[in-house]
Design a protein around this ligand. Structure first.
Ligand SMILES: [Zn+2]
Length: 433
């Protein structure tokens, strides 16, 4: 069961626990059996993103309202993490490999090129996308090993289609900031591609606009709503849209066409999100799937700043969030080095050879080390991810800069490379340590 830093420190100094892992810090009790431990239900919350996935481990508290007798689900944040993917590097590496092979092999073989004779198996995802599912699941499983996780919450869709269908959604509701209003906003942002419908302005604050003004009998249904920038909204006022866009018949036609076009369920389009959701369900834990509109609603209602990890903490049903002012652990996917031991020139022909062994004087690129250099130009202590050279003179990636040419004799191993780089980042009001 996760505990405070102070408690962990005391357990370690009194010899009641052993260090299991340094980053993220995991300790193991030595004087207790699992049977005599009291565990509380933990929930792992995820906010999957294209570049970064937020992870939050929370303890669930159920609070019963004295007056109404309703049960509210509150959460105490225990740990915040964000997982930085490397889908882009994977796709770039595969493209480079494909191009070099084509260059090398295309010239040499007197054989008709094969094409259109390969099939993708069902459910296939591009390697860069599969990587996102795989490493997220790898971390879910890791956290499950370290802490008694009993439930998972994940964001699946931007907005909840069912919430939109319900006829009660009215403009008055989103002005008061109810959940339905957030779902409508997310839906409109997606449908109108985050642009002003009347002038095409992007990256400006957008307001919800009635195409047929309310003053002229327009309804609050989502089919009568669009997005407009402040100035356009003001200028249009209560004019009918035909009159407002009388000089731009093309734009008017486009707006009407867009209104009629049904928006495909964003979730169905996004195969990766579903692949992850199915993998999460396969863990056998209770999985709650929520919409992005709900996350945003929770985050704004609870005055929580926007970061990947805190977004994850706000996913799903949430009455209140406690102890979120914490530093966050950034986990960057680095891979475990290259399998290929030959460097190629730009034509794809061998140019140089890398070391046959990855380990130098007991260290490998990616290991977490601390180095104390007693004298000379590089005198000082450094802690970080090491990059090895055959000469024994290493580079250390410290928090802000790379320190080059640190001798292997000054290094001390903290943790072996596991394919990730770790850094502590401060969240708003939470100090990085
Ligand atoms: Zn505009």
């Amino acid at each position: 069961m996760p505990c405070s830093e102070k408690r962990a420190r005391l357990l370690l100094t009194r010899g009641r626990a052993r260090v299991h892992r340094v980053v993220p810090m995991v300790i193991r009790l030595v004087d207790r059996e699992k049977a005599d431990c009291a565990l509380q239900p933990l929930r792992l919350k995820l906010d999957p993103g294209s570049k970064t996935t937020g992870l939050a481990l929370v303890r669930e508290v159920e609070v019963i309202d004295q007056k109404s007798g309703e049960i509210a689900r509150e959460a105490v944040v225990l740990s915040l993490m964000e997982l930085v993917h490397r889908g882009r590097q994977i796709s770039e590496a595969l493209t480079a490999r494909r191009q070099m092979r084509r260059r090398r092999r295309g010239n040499l073989r007197y054989r008709a090129p094969r094409f259109l004779n390969r099939k993708k198996p069902k459910g296939w995802l591009a390697p860069s996308l599969q990587h996102r599912v795989d490493i997220t699941m790898a971390w879910v499983k890791r956290i499950q090993r370290w802490a008694p996780v009993s439930a998972i919450s994940s964001e699946l869709v931007r907005f909840d289609m069912q919430a939109l269908e319900s006829p009660e959604i009215s403009v008055a509701q989103y002005q008061q900031g109810t959940l339905a209003g957030y779902e409508v906003r997310e839906y409109l942002l997606e449908k109108w591609a985050r642009t002003c419908a009347y002038c095409g302005a992007k990256e400006v604050p957008l307001q919800v606009e009635h195409i047929r003004p309310k003053a002229r009998g327009g309804t609050d249904r989502v089919s009568n709503l669009t997005l407009a920038c402040g100035p356009c909204n003001q200028r249009k006022g209560a004019k009918p849209v035909e009159e407002f866009l009388a000089k731009e018949p093309q734009r008017l036609a486009r707006i009407f066409a867009q209104v009629k076009r049904p928006l495909k369920d964003a979730a169905a389009v996004n195969a990766t999100r579903w692949a992850l959701a199915n993998a999460l369900k396969a863990t056998g834990l209770a999985v709650e799937l929520a919409s992005g509109g709900k996350t945003k609603y929770n985050r704004i209602r609870l005055h929580v700043p926007k970061t990947h990890a805190l977004d994850a903490a706000c996913v799903g049903e949430l009455g209140a969030l406690h102890d979120w002012q914490k530093p966050c652990l950034a986990i960057k996917c680095t891979g475990r080095g290259s399998y290929q031991r030959t460097r190629l020139d730009k034509y794809g022909f061998p140019r140089g050879y890398l070391m046959r062994v990855k380990r130098v004087h007991g260290y490998q690129t990616g290991d977490l080390v601390s180095a104390t250099v007693p004298s000379g130009k590089k005198a000082g202590s450094y802690t970080g991810r090491v990059a090895v050279r055959a000469s024994g003179s290493f580079n250390i990636q410290c928090k802000d800069a790379v320190v080059q040419g640190v001798g292997h004799k000054h290094c001390k191993l903290i943790q072996r490379s596991d394919g990730y780089g770790y850094a502590r980042i401060a969240t708003n009001k939470g100090e990085a340590r």
